[in-house]
Design a protein around this ligand. Structure first.
Ligand code: ATP
Ligand code: MG
Length: 239
């Protein structure tokens, strides 16, 4: 197995407040890894630093490269693609235009982009039906699908997903997690940040529990699902 991402003793601060305190995390190529934890644990902060949107201290290696030396765009070109918590779609643009913008950095590959657009529409029939609709008229679930579809247009190797199920109704949540699980067969690796711990652990190969900036448990996702310490805190109310 090839190590895709290797993070060692990472620290991230907002001014004097240290939000991530010495996190180490590794994932293999092709894996889906989840980071679960409560509000304010530092999950979004961690993903933002991996994507290059926030400065951090510590070692981050991605595909054998020192991530700390790569700018945001270079990280994107290396296949690192963040789907942020707030989705950040272009609301007054159509579904189709949002998708095409997802492939912006490889805009010279016109044929490939067209092929990938068709593949996204095949994966998300609802986006195909709504391709001419403005993004800000989509439902929450459709918006999340568009955010995922747009990320796929960037040809990611590693998708960083920040709370893809946030604010969605249970049926849509299930659909989103099925889509995430189906990405595995396409070879895309996924680092999934979630508060819906049960669904995340059921989808992932490996999991980390982050609390106030530190990893407090980690292990194969199936083991964490049955770990009484994890269950007591994180698996109670969710289904
Ligand atoms: N821009 C900022 N300036 C100062 N502090 C921040 C900033 N963004 C986040 N923080 C703080 O950093 C800590 C981690 O925040 P973060 O958003 O990473 O948590 P999270 O695990 O993603 O939480 P949630 O589940 O609510 O999304 C929190 O204490 C938060 O208040
Ligand atoms: Mg967050």
């Amino acid at each position: 197995m090839t190590i895709l991402l290797d993070i060692n003793d990472l620290h991230i601060s907002y001014g004097r407040v240290e939000a991530v305190r010495g996190v180490s995390l590794a994932m293999q190529q092709g894996q889906t890894v989840t980071v679960i934890g409560p509000n304010g644990a530092g999950k979004t902060t961690l993903l933002a630093a991996i994507a290059g949107l926030l400065p951090s201290r510590g070692a981050m290696t991605y595909r054998g490269r020192d991530l700390q030396r790569l700018e945001v765009e270079a990280r994107l070109e290396q296949g690192l693609c963040l789907v942020p918590e707030k989705r950040e779609l272009f609301g007054d643009m159509t579904v189709a235009d949002n998708l095409v913008l997802g492939g912006y950095w490889r805009r010279n590959e016109k044929e490939a982009i067209k092929r990938d657009l068709d593949a996204v529409y095949a994966r998300f029939p609802r986006l195909a039906e709504r391709r001419a609709q403005q993004a800000n008229t989509l439902s929450g679930g459709e918006r999340q699908m568009l955010a995922l579809g747009r990320a796929l247009m960037a040809k990611p190797r590693l998708l960083l997903l920040d709370e893809p199920s946030l604010g969605l109704a249970p049926l849509i949540v299930r659909e989103i997690f099925e889509i995430i699980a189906s990405l595995r067969s396409t070879g895309v690796s996924v680092l999934l940040v979630e508060q819906n711990a049960r669904a995340a652990l059921e989808t992932a190969d490996y999991g980390y529990v982050l609390e106030t900036g530190s990893i407090v448990h980690s292990g194969p996702a199936s083991e964490l699902l049955h770990d009484p310490r994890v269950a007591a805190t994180y698996l109670g109310g969710h289904s």
